[in-house]
Design a protein around this ligand. Structure first.
Ligand code: OFO
Length: 165
């Protein structure tokens, strides 16, 4: 059985993963309209992944006798003036998600809910990878600078991007 505190924190995380999916969907759509085929493919995949993170939490909550809350999602408010701004916000967003996961893990320890603590370790590892990936991409973008050829190659690479992390 989940305690009321753990349940509320898990439901909060469900919302956050849903919002993340929506944020990345908005980024994917923007990139698609700009003609960045690779970046949009990457962001559509990120959006799908966040939805999967949300579903995994929903199933866990329901399996443990709780009731997952599926609420309204946030309309993303983003600065999409260029692709660098997009990736900066991707990193900032992932840092926020990591903080939220850490907070959630802390609550499971306070409540001595070791099953949920164990379940959440997957998210802890996932966040390490996602933050590292976003930093890796930003490093690449900094190297490209204003080089149009570099940007073309980068976008191409993003089509089949596999994280080296
Ligand atoms: Fe990348 O946010 Fe989900 O966990």
């Amino acid at each position: 059985m989940l305690s009321a505190n753990v349940l509320a924190a898990l439901n909060n995380q469900i919302k956050m993963e849903g919002d993340s999916s929506q944020v990345y969907l908005a980024m994917a759509s923007w990139a698609e309209v700009q003609g960045f085929e690779g970046i949009s493919t990457f962001m559509y995949n990120q959006s799908d992944e966040e939805r999967m993170h949300m579903l995994k939490l929903i199933k866990y909550v329901n399996q443990r006798g709780g009731e997952a809350k599926v609420g309204a999602t946030l309309e993303p408010s983003l600065d999409l003036t260029n692709y660098k701004a997009l990736f900066k916000q991707l990193l900032e967003h992932e840092i926020k998600v990591s903080e939220s996961i850490n907070n959630l893990v802390g609550i499971t320890l306070d409540e001595r809910d070791f099953a949920t603590h164990n379940f959440l370790q997957w998210y802890v590892s996932e966040q390490i990878e996602e933050e590292a990936t976003a930093r890796y991409i930003l490093d690449k973008i900094n190297l490209i600078g204003d080089d149009k050829g570099g940007l073309y190659l980068f976008d191409n690479e993003m089509k089949n991007f596999v994280s080296p992390m």
